[in-house]
Each structure stands twice: as C-alpha cells, then as structure tokens.
Design a protein around this ligand. Sequence first.
Ligand SMILES: Nc1ncnc2c1ncn2[C@@H]1O[C@H](COP(=O)(O)OP(=O)(O)O)[C@@H](O)[C@H]1O
Ligand SMILES: [Mg+2]
Length: 452
Amino acid sequence: MTRAISLHNVSKAYGRSGRAVDRFSLSIEPGEFLVLLGPSGCGKSTVLRMIAGLEEISEGDLLLDGEWANDMSPHDRGMAMVFQNFALYPTMTNRANIGFPLKLENPRQDNNERIESTARMLGIENVLDRYPRQLSGGERQRVAMGRAISRKPSAFLMDEPLSNLDAKLRNHLRAEISQLTAELGVTTVYVTHDQAEAMSLGHRVAVMRGGVLQQVSPPREVYALPENVFVAAFIGTPRINLLQAVVHAPLEGRMSIDLGRQRLPLPEPLSPDHQLLRIQQGRQIIVGLRSEAVRIAPPSQARPGEVPLSGIVEHVEYQGHEALVHLNTGSRPAVVPDLESARPDRSVPRRRRAAGGGVGVLERLKERAAGHISGPVVTLDEPGPDAWSPATRSPDRPVITASDLVVRTGPDMRLRTGGQVPLLVDLAHLYVFDHYGRRICPLPREVPGLDV
Ligand SMILES: Nc1ncnc2c1ncn2[C@@H]1O[C@H](COP(=O)(O)OP(=O)(O)O)[C@@H](O)[C@H]1O
Ligand SMILES: [Mg+2]
C-alpha cells in the first residue's frame, strides 16, 4: 500500500519559459520520509505536483512501485496532498471534511469510526462537529491532515503545510507530523524552503536549486559533506562562512591557504584531505568555515589541528544563550547567488559569467559537462568589501557590510566593537570548494552519528 516513487530524468517546461525542473532523478523508498528543500521558485512544488499527477511531465519517466505512471490519473495513484493553505470546505463540519474522501469512495458506507480514530490520532476529536472557521490555524491544519490520512493513502505529498502557522505551532506540528508518518509508515514527500524543518523531519533531504537537484543525503550528511557551495550555504544557521582564497604550495616549506590579508598554515604532515589541495596551487578556491570551526581564543590555547587567525569585531548579535560575533579578517566573502530565490544561470548576465578567473567558453562547457550543478554556484569575480581599507571604514558606511566571518561565543564574552580578537581555526572542520563551487575537501567519508 505504501509506494516506491521513482523519477528518472524528469523535466518540466511551462510553455516556453525554460525548464522549471531539469532532468530530476530520484528514487524514494516505500515508507521513506523525503524532504524536497530549496529556495522559493526552485521547482519543488512542480516536482510534487508531477508525482501527484496534477502536472504533466514534459520529459522523463515516473515509476510508482516500478510501474510506468506518467499517464496514471491522480485518483488511481491514491496519494493524498496537504497544502499550505489548508483548503477545507467551509460549509461542512470538520467531521464531514475528514470523511469527505471516504464518502467519495463509497457513498453508502458509515465512516464515523474511521473519522474518529483519525481525529484521536491528531488530537482533534472534540472539534469534529464544529466548522472550519471556528478553529485555530493549527486545528484547521490538523483537520486538513485528517482528511489526507483518513483514506489511508499510498503516499503523502505535503507542500509547505506549516508555513502559514506561527513559529511555536510550527515546531509542535512538525513533531506531530514526524510521529504520525512514522506510525503510519506511509511514503512521504514533504516540500519546504525551511532548512531547519527539512533537517528535523527528513530521512533524506533533496536540495534543489533552479530546477536542478544538487544533492540527496541524510540530514547529517548534507550538513557535514555538502557537495557544493550552494548546499553548504543553504544548510545550517548561522550560514557557513565562505571566503575567497588561494592555495599557496611552495616546492619547499609549508603549504598554506591565502585568505587575502592572512594565511592559514596547513599542519604537517598533510592530511589526505589537505594533500588534495596541492593541485589547486595558485588557483582561486573557496574556503568554508562553519561557525563551530572557529573560536575566539589566543594562540597559546591552540589544540592540535587548530591554527591562529585574527579578526576585528564589527558587530555582536546577542541571542540569549549565545552571541554571534561578526568579524572582519580582511578576506573577501564569496557570493553565492540564488540562496533566497532561484533562477540561476539564466539570470546571470553574460558579462559576469565570462569574467573572473577567465571563465571562457571552454570552461563553461566543462562546467556543463560536470553535470548536476546548474550554472556557476558561486561568483568569484566580484570583490567583496575590503574593510581594512580606510574607504570602507568611513563612518557613513554601515560597518556590518565589512564582516566576513561569523563566530559563535558564549553570551558572557565582553567584546568591544573595533577591537581585535585572536581566533583559532579548527582545520579538521575546514571545507574547500573549487572555482565552480564543488567540494574538494573533506573527502567523502562516513559521517559519524549516534543511533539511539
Ligand atoms: N503554472 C505555471 N506556469 C508557468 N510557470 C510556472 C507555473 N508554476 C510554476 N511556474 C514556474 O516554475 C518555477 C518553479 O516553480 P515552483 O515549482 O512553484 O517552485 P517552488 O515550489 O520551489 O517555489 C518558477 O519559476 C515558477 O514561476
Ligand atoms: Mg512551492
């Protein structure tokens, strides 16, 4: 009853406006909870609607339990959809709303028992005889879910079902959805633009950008081993620090990563990850440092694998349990387009694509051949703000633009804006991406995790 859903090179073109979804391939196992994650406009709903049969597939194949299903009617697919705007019938009681799909199936059957057990599961048994307008947002969304599950669907398709709710309720319902789908064991495809929601719900997370699938992995792995700069930047708060850099690998002497004003020396003997960097000698790369990779502490406190750096405090953001310190280290941040909304290379002006590190026709072809990344993931030709120059430090410029590194500290650390602080960078947590934004280091490996 629960379905395996498989998409092979599925594309969707709406009219002549280019592909909203481009050669999307993914196999979802029976009973799996898969989250489709990406910025607004990247094609998530389109993928979901093609699975549901509400949108025609332009190219490629959809298989349900191994059977070709491109032309199967939505009804025969037996899937249930839950949307953001919980579309309940306003003139029916909640009981009738939940029972509606059952009634469609068999008009003469008495469904009360099924309706009540569904309502109990969702904790809404006491509102069954009211109308939707007499409910709170959270209750209405539960009724909508009740309607979706009452028929025991072969799969759940949920399109941002929680985004209209306030944060507290969202977290609450998130936990409930997780529990409910686990109990029912029904294959679920869940669409969201909220990375925290994706990470907490999914068995696997499929990250999309501009209609193109970037990576499908368990949450731990998309966080620890992002395949490219886009995935690294989309997942995790605060956002990963991404700095433009150059590998410095002299024939003799120590290898280092040049960040502009400062260098990160690589410890000898080189780790297998860092050995890979030798071939990047002299090339533009992108260094990624999550906030847990850097701490404020003097060189004397360095642990093995930590190297010193220093930064000027630009701004401190208190969060109660911690503080985010925005620092300037004299580096240039790498700009990752499409993080908020996604129309990638098609909207990047030609001039910009052709500049920077000499990305010529040949390079572009190579990049296209490299496959799954649609368009450059990163723009390296725009100089980031250089806060160390007097021009950018003038009082009429907001200082916040000058920070290139965000670090977490305890809430009690006293820091003076404009003061210099010593930093320690943990090289075991260093990410390096190539010119196209693809991860070079760390190498693929097992991501440790606790199974409890
Ligand atoms: N019915 C439609 N007609 C034309 N373009 C559409 C239609 N639906 C979606 N699109 C376009 O397809 C792209 C992907 O949309 P969508 O799948 O809704 O993205 P998401 O759900 O990730 O926000 C967007 O550029 C959107 O404007
Ligand atoms: Mg959508």
